[in-house]
Design a protein around this ligand. Sequence first.
Ligand code: ATP
Ligand code: MG
Length: 418
Amino acid sequence: MIRGIKGVKDILPEEAARWQTIEGAARRLSHLYGYQEIRVPVFEVTELFARSIGANTDIVEKEMYTFPDRDGKSLTLRPEATAGVVRAYIEHALGSSPTAQKFYYLGPMFRHERPQAGRLRQFHQFGVEAFGSDSPRVDVEVIALLWSFLSDLGLPDLTLEINSLGDAADRPAYKAVLLDFLKHREEKLCENCRRRMGTNPLRVLDCKTPSCKAATEDAPRLTEHLSPSSRQHFQEVLSGLETLGIPYMLNPRLVRGLDYYTLTAFEVTSRHLGAQNAVGAGGRYDGLVEALGGPTTPAIGFAVGLERVALMLPATAVVPPPKLVYVAAFGAKGMPIGTRILHELRMLGVCADTDYRASTLKGHLRQADRLGATFVVIIGDDEAAKGQLLIRNMHTKKQEELPLSTTARNLASRLKTS
Ligand code: ATP
Ligand code: MG
C-alpha cells in the first residue's frame, strides 16, 4: 500500500463541514470588507521567495520545497502566498486600476517542518493583501477583518499582539542600539541568534529559545526609537482599534525580520493551541513591491493558518448540513418513479439522495437514518399500484399518504414546511 507523505494530511468527508464553515466565513467576510479573490499558482521560481521572504529566515533557510524542473530552472512550492500575490500585482499592473486593490486568497502552502499538532508540511492559509495606501485606517481594516473572521467562528481565548517596526529610516539607528545591547549578552544567546546578530539582529527578539528570551528581556524597544511620523502612524492604528472595540496587547518583541516590513506588525495567538499558539499574523510591507521590481506601493496583509483554526473551532460554529430527503424506491414499478422524484427534487434545490444498494423498505429506512434524512419518500410496487406515495417524517415517525400525481414542487414545499 502506498501511503500519503508525512505531514501531508487528507481532509476526509467527515471534516468537510468544518472546512466549509471556515472557508465560507473567510469568503463572506472578505467580500463584506471589499476584498476580491485572487488565485496564484502553488509554485513559482525560487528566486521570488528568496527575495521576498528573505534569505535569513526559517522559511528560506530550511523549510522550502525547492526542486529543479526538467529545464533546470529552480522552482519552489509556495511556503506562503504574499510573494505570489505581489508578483501577480506587478506582472499584471494591478496597481493601475483606479479602484481599491484589495485581495484575498485561500489555499495550500508547503513547508518542510517537523510535523506535529498544528504544524504540517502541506497546510492551508486564508490571507488578504491591501495595496496602495499607507493610511493607518487600512491597517485597522485589515486587523478588523482578521479579528472578525476569528471571532465570528467563535474561537476561544484570542489575543491580538501588535508592534511597530518603524520605517526604513528608523531601522538602522535601532539596529545599532540593539546590536550594542546584544553584544553584551552574546554568550547567553543560542548559536542561531549569534549568527543572526550578523545577518539580521531584529530576529533575535523573535527567538523562541527560553535562554534567548530571558537574555533579551530588557532589550531596548523599537517603539522607543520611532520617528515622529512612525509613532503617529502607530498611535492612529491603536486608536482605530480602540474605536472598533478590538482589544490588543502591545508586544515590543514582535518582529518580522525583513527590511521590506515596515510599521505595523501583528499576530493573533490562542492559549488553546499549546506550543503552536499562533493562529495568524501579518503586517505592513511598504517596501516589498518595489523590492520585487514594481512601483513604490505601500501594502499590508495577514495570513491565518486554517488547520489551527480547525483545531479550535467549536462544534456549535459548524454550519449544519442542509435538510436531506431520502427517496426509498423499490420494486420494478417503484424504482423508476423514485428515480424521477429524486431528479425533480434535486432540480428544485432540495438535497435528495437514496442508496442504490437497498432493495427493501427496511434497508432503505436504515440508510435514511444513517444519512440523517429529515424525510423519506416511500414508493414501492404497492404504492405504485395504488397510485400513491408515502412521506415519512423521520423525527416524528408519522407517515402521510399523497397521490402519485403530486408534483415534486408540491412535495418540496410540504417537506420544507412540515
Ligand atoms: P510559527 O511561529 O507557528 O512557525 P510562522 O511565523 O512560521 O508561524 P507565518 O509564516 O506568519 O507563520 O504564517 C501564518 C500562519 O500560518 C501561522 O500563524 C500559522 O497559523 C500558520 N502556519 C505556519 N506554518 C504552519 C505549518 N507548518 N502548519 C500549519 N500551519 C502553519
Ligand atoms: Mg514557522
